[in-house]
Design a protein around this ligand. Structure first.
Ligand code: GLN
Length: 276
């Protein structure tokens, strides 16, 4: 039913706020009355009551880097994962059709700034520096930067050992930012376009460690023999969606996110991909 409504809304660029709400306000019944629409309109933030304007044909383009399991990755031709599903749920609520654009991680913020993409969602950590360039929505989950090493290697067994190690990171990530600080202490940093390439370099003995987010780290370790994650966490972080500075999409996404959180939908999606 929701799919059908989204499809109709996708065609109806000019949909009014009432129609948009009827399509995305969360009612599961077909017999929505004026009064329930009015009630949900009053209950929801102003953001969801506005007519969606961004994106031709009611599409919202999400910029991501789809090599970041379990947040975004390819299953056959399709990009799936926690971010993909939360984005889909947000778009359902707001009456947009989601289109996912895959690119290098360090192109995402530029794409959002330039309007090439409407928002960026890529396991992206909220940082003060990024906030200078784009706006962040409310956060939707926490994460940790961890260190992956080769099993049996004693070169890096704790954070302090990074100072004298060669470290692989994904370019432009917070892992990159943190270890850049260590370069002046003697760390040698190798930057890769994909986390997977950093992990490959580790497997091949070209770097001593990789600093990357915990969940992708677990996926990489599961897929590559002879690697392990150090128990000592490197840095705690929070993920949010990034939007062009000053865009009214921030408030709309926040309103949708708030509903999805209180409905338990965000937890449900996360638990589907991350088993306790
Ligand atoms: N959380 C990290 C960051 O925001 C890595 C994100 C990613 O590689 N997709 O920089």
């Amino acid at each position: 039913m929701k799919k059908i409504i989204s499809a109709i809304l996708a065609g109806a660029v000019m949909c009014t706020s009432a129609v948009a709400l009827a399509g995305c306000g969360g009612s599961k019944t077909e017999s929505k009355t004026e009064s329930t629409t009015a009630a949900s309109s009053a209950a929801s933030d102003k953001a969801t009551a506005d007519t969606p304007e961004k994106g031709a044909n009611g599409e919202l383009h999400m910029a991501t880097n789809a090599f970041f399991e379990p947040y975004e990755y390819y299953e056959n031709e399709k990009i799936v994962g926690i971010d993909a599903e939360i984005a889909e749920a947000i778009c359902d609520k707001l009456g947009y059709t989601l289109v996912i654009d895959d690119m290098d991680f360090d192109s995402i913020i530029t794409a959002v700034q330039s309007g090439k993409a409407d928002f960026g969602m890529a396991g992206m950590t909220v940082t003060e520096e990024r906030k200078q360039a784009i706006d962040f929505t409310d956060t939707y989950t926490n994460a940790i930067q961890v260190i992956i090493v080769k099993e049996g290697s004693d070169k890096v067994t704790k954070i302090d050992d990074l100072n004298t190690a060669s470290i692989g990171v994904q370019m432009g990530t917070t892992g990159d930012i943190y270890v850049t600080d260590l370069e002046k202490d003697g760390a040698a940093v190798e930057r890769f376009n994909k986390g997977a390439d950093a992990v490959l370099a580790l497997s091949q003995g070209k770097v001593d460690a990789v600093v990357i987010d915990n969940e992708p780290a677990k996926a990489f370790v599961a897929q590559n023999e002879g690697l392990k994650i150090l128990e000592e966490p490197f840095e705690n972080e929070e993920y949010a969606i990034c939007v062009a500075k000053g865009s009214d999409l921030t408030a709309k996404i926040n309103a949708a996110l708030k509903e999805l959180k209180s409905e338990g939908k965000v937890d449900e999606i996360i638990n589907k991909y991350i088993k306790a």
